[in-house]
Write a protein that binds this ligand. Structure first.
Ligand code: FE
Ligand code: FE
Ligand code: ZN
Length: 277
C-alpha cells in the first residue's frame, strides 16, 4: 500500500498531528521531537499519546517518523555539544516508547575539521552508549547532501557507522531523495544503479524510510535545498519512478518540501494519482 505523509508540527500534540494528517489525505507523518533548533521538549502527555493511538488505529495512520533536532551533532568537537546530543537522543528514544514500533531519524553529524574517522568514532560511541536491547524504536541514519563536513553523504560512510553499532537490529537508514541527488547519486537517470549500489554497500533490508523531496540544485551540488515535488531538478517523472520502484514502493514516504498544509495536500493527491496500484 502507499504510505505517504509529510512533516507536521508537534506543537499541538500527537492527536492534533493525527487529525491534521487525516485532513490532508496522509496515512503517515514526520515530526520533530522538539524545537528543531534544540532545547527542551514539551512535558510528556500520555493521555494525548493514547488518544493519538486510538485515532491512528481508526484512520489507518502508521509508521510515523520522529526527527531529531538539527542542532544535534553526535560528533561535535566540543564534549558539551556531544553530551547534549547524547542526552537529547536518549530522552527522545525514551519518550518514543509510548509509541512503540516507529522510527527515529537523525543526521549523523558534522565532523568539523576532525575528519570522518574521528567523527564516525563519536557517532558509534554515542549509539552504543544509548541504545538498549528492549527498545521498540528503529533509529535511522539519514543520507546527507554533503554540505560542509556532514558525515553520511556516501553509502560507505553510513555503512561504516552501521557496522560498528552493537545492537545492529535497532538501526536502519532513511534515504532523502534531495540529499542523495545533491550528494552525487544520479537517481534521475540511473535509479536502478543507485539502488544496486545501496544494496551492495548497505543492504536494502536496512532501508526503512524515504524523505521524498525535489531539489533546487543540480546533482552533486552539496547544498541541501529542498524543492516542491516536480518543480526542481528531479522532476515529476523521476519522482514517479521512485515511488513505484519495486524496492521502494512499500516503504513510507515523507514529504519535506517547502509547503504549508494546503500545498502538502496537493502534493499527496498528485503522488497518489501517480502511484500504480
Ligand atoms: Fe533530515
Ligand atoms: Fe530529510
Ligand atoms: Zn535536507
Amino acid at each position: 500500500m502507499f504510505r505517504i505523509g509529510c512533516h507536521l508540527s508537534v506543537s499541538k500534540g500527537y492527536l492534533a498531528m493525527g487529525r491534521e494528517a487525516a485532513s490532508i489525505g496522509a496515512n503517515t507523518f514526520q515530526f520533530f521531537s522538539r524545537n528543531p533548533r534544540g532545547g527542551s521538549a514539551k512535558p510528556l502527555d500520555p493521555d494525548d499519546m493514547a488518544a493519538y493511538r486510538d485515532f491512528a488505529a481508526e484512520h489507518d495512520i502508521a509508521h510515523i517518523l520522529c526527527h531529531a533536532p538539527y542542532t544535534l551533532n553526535a560528533c561535535a568537537a566540543d564534549p558539551g555539544l556531544r553530551d547534549f546530543a547524547r542526552n537529547t537522543m536518549l530522552d527522545d528514544l525514551q519518550r518514543l516508547e509510548y509509541l512503540p514500533g516507529n522510527c527515529y531519524n537523525f543526521h549523523p553529524g558534522s565532523h568539523v575539521k576532525q575528519g570522518v574517522e574521528v567523527g564516525t568514532d563519536f557517532i558509534v560511541a554515542m549509539l552504543n552508549d544509548i541504545l538498549w536491547p528492549g527498545m521498540h524504536t528503529t533509529v535511522l541514519l539519514e543520507t546527507m547532501a554533503g554540505k560542509g563536513s556532514e558525515i553520511g553523504r556516501t553509502f560507505e560512510e553510513l555503512k561504516a557507522i552501521l557496522d560498528r553499532v552493537e545492537l545492529s537490529d535497532k538501526m536502519g537508514v532513511c534515504l532523502d531523495t534531495c540529499h542523495v541527488w545533491e550528494g552525487g547519486y544520479d537517481i534521475v537517470n540511473d535509479l536502478d544503479g543507485v539502488l544496486e549500489q545501496f544494496d551492495r554497500i548497505i543492504g536494502l533490508d536496512r532501508l526503512k524510510a524515504i524523505h521524498l523531496n525535489d531539489s533546487k540544485n543540480p546533482m552533486s551540488a552539496h547544498k541541501d535545498r529542498h524543492e516542491k515535488i516536480g518543480e526542481g531538478a528531479l522532476g515529476l517523472a523521476a519522482v514517479e519512478r521512485i515511488i513505484n520502484h519495486p524496492s521502494l514502493r512499500e516503504l513510507p514516504f515523507y514529504l519535506e518540501t517547502p509547503n504549508e498544509l494546503d500545498g502538502y495536500a496537493r502534493e499527496i493527491a498528485l503522488l497518489k494519482k501517480h502511484y500504480r496500484t
